[in-house]
Design a protein around this ligand. Structure first.
Ligand code: ADP
Length: 542
């Protein structure tokens, strides 16, 4: 017997319609490429996303055609989120930090038909447009009078002129909720980039679960600042969750430096911010130097790479901001786990709480996870046994775009490439990425642990641990370190700092000081580049 409930497709258009109806005064504030602050409401976003839908219809784009963006976080990008997906096209957020050749490869692979870009990316578009063979329309996200006359880009139009001639009444099409809504390519640290192709259903379920109190805890009382770019896994779903809850949105545009982010948090009374550790590192550095304090920020979700304990302590103890350590990946939309405490942890002392907070957290409802050994046998949830982490759920990919039926799944589970433990309370902790783990004398050394200890030293700004070939031990760890400006520590001083903080055999064999560690398009340390740079390096004593 079937239930007698209405069967309504979960479509992204319903999010902006909901926000328009129930939170029409909800604010959307953006720092623009032009440098000024732009203010509008969810009603404005709803009306303009309907104009976008009309404009796409007029371009004669088919259902499922890809519309690409090269854009910072801002209101026009948000309108495209709803207008493109809502009208049945697929929003493809290109990562402007990639090399132009990679952008060309990705745009051609996705067969993008339209490219909407912020004016700060005009030089990239000029460099790539003639090689992006499927793109028929170029739209600059600017006012009509800001359009450059001699761009050399065929048919270039301004976004404002493009949508201006269309009405703000639009009947969003109804279609199967499993239809594709957006796509995002993985950073492609190995091989060619691969795309996760999200659906309307997966996007809505992900936003719904992500907004829950034990995940990101979003509400109409929040002012939300996604520092995580909208071109990085849909800004972790925040634009959708914000429309779902009516939270105020604050967009940083291109100004990602510590000072600009801090100023925006204060001026827009931000209660909740989201970003990768490197962004927060810059902001905390600025706050320390200028002796600043937050007045409204309550919590921040940090993920994308392991959050160093020193950062959790700084936010928690110095600034009174709760850190939600989160883990996920492009293939998971991205949220898999978020670290929030259970009731039994509440009375614990701060040291004990810290051991919980350092973990990547508990699975969101909808995500199932397990750890397995080399032969695929499931390992116990005891917080000690570590193995390959596999996941499944309605917002985890089943295959890559153009995967031609080739499934990356193992018995229905997606192998994450991460190595982790899970404790009896279900808290997962990443030990490493399987390709970064250091295999020494038959044992594994977690590069994250080695980095976290270095990061706890007051003179260290950033640390990357990599394994170096060793004739006896197979591999030995070394740590590559960037010092804080004006601070100093010697090689011996840092190695001595490890004493008593980890097992002797896990202490790195060497410290190499550098001016900067290469960061990838999503702010993660690029260890492959470091390995390349150190290919002639010899471990001490060899
Ligand atoms: P890519 O896989 O292309 O590097 P993603 O942004 O999808 O890009 O990265 C996902 C990976 O990032 C995860 O598999 C994991 O290795 C790492 N990661 C994400 N969040 C965390 C975290 N909180 N702690 C440790 N590693 C993390």
């Amino acid at each position: 017997m079937l239930g007698l409930m209405q069967s309504q497709q979960l479509l992204i258009s319903s999010l902006i319609e909901f926000a328009d109806r129930h939170h029409h005064e909800g604010e959307v504030v953006s720092r623009r490429v032009e440098g000024d602050i732009h203010r509008c409401t969810y009603r404005d976003i709803a009306q303009r996303s309907r104009q976008v839908a009309h404009a796409l219809d007029q371009m004669d784009l088919g259902f499922g055609d890809r519309v690409a963006t090269l854009a910072w976080n801002g209101y026009r990008h948000l309108e495209l989120y709803f207008g493109v997906s809502g009208s049945g096209r697929v929003l493809h957020t290109l990562n402007p930090r990639l090399h132009p050749d990679q952008i060309v490869w990705i745009a051609n692979h996705a067969e993008d038909q339209v490219l909407c870009f912020d004016m700060s990316f005009l030089p990239i578009v000029k460099a790539v447009h003639s090689r992006c063979t499927t793109i028929k329309h170029f739209i600059a996200l600017c006012d009509a009078d800001k359009l450059p006359a001699d761009s050399g880009i065929p048919g270039l139009q301004s976004y404002e002129a493009w949508i201006a001639s269309h009405g703000s009444t639009y009947y969003w099409p109804e279609f199967d909720e499993n239809s594709a809504s957006s796509m995002c390519y993985t950073s492609g640290t190995t091989g060619n980039p691969k795309a996760a192709l999200y659906s309307h259903r997966s996007t809505i379920l992900h936003a719904w679960a992500g907004a829950l109190p034990d995940a990101l805890n979003m509400s109409a009382r929040d002012s939300v600042l996604p520092v995580v770019p909208m071109f990085h896994v849909n800004a972790w779903g925040l634009p959708y969750a914000a429309a779902m809850t009516g939270a105020k949105m604050v967009f940083p545009g291109p100004a990602m430096d510590g000072k600009s982010i801090f100023e925006l948090i204060e001026s827009e009374k931000v209660t909740f911010a989201a970003g990768v550790p490197t962004v927060w590192q810059m902001m905390l550095g600025h706050m320390q130097q200028a002796d600043l304090r937050f007045s409204t920020l309550k919590r921040t979700v940090i993920g994308g790479s392991a959050c160093p304990p020193a950062m959790i302590t700084a936010f928690n103890d110095v600034y009174g901001v709760e850190v939600l350590h989160a883990w996920g990946m492009t293939e998971m939309s991205p949220l898999g786990t978020v670290c929030t405490l259970k009731n039994k942890h509440v009375p614990m002392g701060s040291q004990e709480k810290m051991t919980v907070r350092l973990k990547q957290g508990r699975a969101l409802y909808g995500v199932d996870m397990k750890i397995v050994d080399d032969v695929g046998a499931e390992l116990p949830w005891d917080g000690k046994a570590y193995g390959d982490l596999l996941v499944k759920g309605p917002w985890v990919i089943s295959e890559y775009y153009k995967g031609e039926g080739d499934s990356p799944l193992v018995d229905g589970w997606f192998p994450t490439g991460d190595v982790a433990t899970i404790d009896a309370d279900g808290y997962m902790q990443i030990t490493d990425r399987s390709k970064d783990v250091i295999k020494s004398g038959g044992e594994w050394i977690s590069s994250i642990d080695v980095e976290n200890i270095a990061m706890a030293h007051p003179a260290v700004a950033m640390a990357a641990c990599i394994g170096m070939k060793h004739p006896k031990w197979d591999e030995r760890p070394i740590v590559v370190v960037v010092k804080k400006p004006g601070a100093d520590v010697s090689r011996e001083g840092l190695l001595a700092f490890y004493e008593g903080r980890t097992a002797k055999w896990q202490i790195p064999d060497d410290v190499i000081f550098v001016d900067a560690i290469p960061l990838g398009g999503t702010g993660k340390m690029q260890k492959t580049k470091l390995r390349e740079a150190l290919q002639d390096y010899k471990l001490p004593g060899l």
